[in-house]
Design a protein around this ligand. Structure first.
Ligand code: ATP
Ligand code: MG
Length: 430
């Protein structure tokens, strides 16, 4: 029997890490610049963090969560997203006692039992920014700006930002009623899922991707016309900040996002193809002022965004700028250490450690015994110098340095090698 990965999950191979690292570095530098600190939480949580936090009526909790009972009897879940977990952590560690707002970023695996397809995995990586403890509209726009910056810096050209406000507990219940009465009279034109949603969560109908529902949706009432004073003022502030920042956003009055905890601002970053067609959501987020109380904390306004690493990496990988990303390889060794014989191999490994301590990159092939094969490797990787450590050299504690361009050779005493190579590397850089 040959084993394979489970359906919907994937290995991240060395060649994928070129992109993975690139995205991570970009996220990290944007986060750092804005004063966000990294947080990581366990992959396992009590299932209630999500059934309560994310919400029992969401796709994530209803259909996609990996839940199981432990031997001790706890009902636990593999994290399907970070946001409720970050809030759990904020409450658990009393972060409200620190100066507010608390700014956090994260990157790590999430699990959702979805139907596997392009850009949709069962284990995937999310990164995100969360700012907790303050309600100022400038924070919403800062999160949007950071999301946009990550995408820009990764080289995405046709991205758009869609924003909306979905109100709060003051104005949303009333809007839900209006929405229900609109959809009720068009019930037959909705997909079966949406007919069910009509009872439980009519806002989610606006989120439906079915063609027939899209048509019904087009005439539906819009929540921005029904926001309470507070939500209206907040949304106006957010848009003013976005205008000032000259961010290319569009209002999408039907954007609701699939999660229960959102209040006020919601937004998505979408990549469009050349002909302007949406290619899928790369990042999504919004404000979630009610989440803390749901999880048993005190009133804590908060706002955040999450992005999908794999979706971004897939797009980066299918692009022409692949070459640009690929060419940014880690620092390459200019020196190759070749050895011949058991003693030279042993001493060579020790010398290699000395190079590492001196932070000089050196390539090697300790598993090879033939000098010819090693020289071939050195040539292939374009080494400028080869340090040859043969039997005679090992016995008498010196090394033969060969310049690969000129073919000239010279001998260096073993305890001078690192120092001399350091000088050579330095002169190369000048
Ligand atoms: P979608 O509408 O595509 O299902 P979502 O609303 O469920 O997305 P979020 O919960 O907002 O997604 O997660 C944030 C981001 O994580 C998404 O914009 C997407 O880039 C990524 N993402 C979500 N689910 C998956 C998945 N199953 N596989 C890979 N990436 C995912
Ligand atoms: Mg989803």
């Amino acid at each position: 029997m040959k084993y394979q990965t489970l359906s919907g999950v994937h290995d991240i191979l060395p060649e994928d890490f070129v992109y993975f690292n690139k995205v991570q570095k970009t996220v990290e530098s944007v986060a750092k610049y804005h004063g966000f600190s990294r947080i990581e939480t366990p992959v396992l949580e009590f299932a209630e963090v999500f059934s309560k936090g994310t919400g029992s009526g969401t796709d994530i909790v209803e259909k996609e969560m990996y839940t199981f009972r432990t031997k001790g009897g706890d009902l636990v879940a593999l994290r399907p997203e970070y946001t409720p977990v970050i809030m759990r952590s904020y409450i658990e560690h009393g972060m409200h006692n620190q100066p507010q707002p608390i700014k956090l970023w994260y990157l790590g695996p999430c699990f959702r039992h979805e139907r596997p397809q392009a850009g949709r995995y069962r284990q995937f990586n999310q990164f995100g920014f969360e700012v907790l403890g303050e309600q100022n509209a400038s924070l919403d726009s800062q999160i949007i700006q950071m999301s946009y910056d990550v995408m820009k810096e990764l080289g995405f050209k046709n991205i758009s930002i869609e924003v909306n406000s979905i109100g709060d507990s003051e104005c949303r219940p009333y809007f839900k009623k209006i929405l229900i009465s609109y959809f009720k009279s068009r019930r037959a034109a909705l997909c079966p899922d949406c007919q069910r949603r009509l009872k439980e969560n009519p806002l989610r109908i606006l989120d439906c991707k079915e063609e027939k529902c899209q048509r019904v949706k087009a005439g539906a009432p819009q929540i921005i016309d029904h926001l309470c004073e507070n939500c209206h003022a907040h949304f106006k502030d957010v848009l003013e900040f976005l205008d000032e920042l000259e961010l290319p956003y569009t209002l999408n009055p039907y954007l609701v996002r699939g999660l229960d905890y959102y209040t006020k601002t919601v937004f998505e970053i979408i990549e469009n193809s050349e002909d302007g067609k949406a290619q899928g959501t790369l990042m999504g987020g919004g404000r979630y002022d009610g989440l803390s109380k749901i999880l048993g904390g005190r009133d804590t306004p908060a706002c955040g965004v999450a992005g999908g690493m794999e979706r971004i990496i897939n797009l980066l990988g299918s692009r022409e700028d692949k070459a640009v990303v690929k060419s940014k390889k880690p620092e390459e060794a200019k020196i190759f250490l070749a050895q011949l014989g058991q003693m030279a191999k042993r001493k060579g490994m020790k010398l290699f450690e000395e190079f590492r301590a001196a932070k000089i990159p050196v390539a090697e092939s300790f598993s090879k015994d033939s000098l010819k094969a090693q020289l071939r490797s050195a040539d292939k990787m374009g080494a400028k110098w080869v340090l040859i450590f043969g039997q005679k050299e090992a016995l008498e504690d010196f090394i033969t340095l060969r310049d690969m361009e000129t073919g000239t050779q010279k001998e260096i005493k073993l305890d001078k090698v690192v120092e001399e190579m350091k000088e050579k590397i330095k002169s190369l850089k000048n």
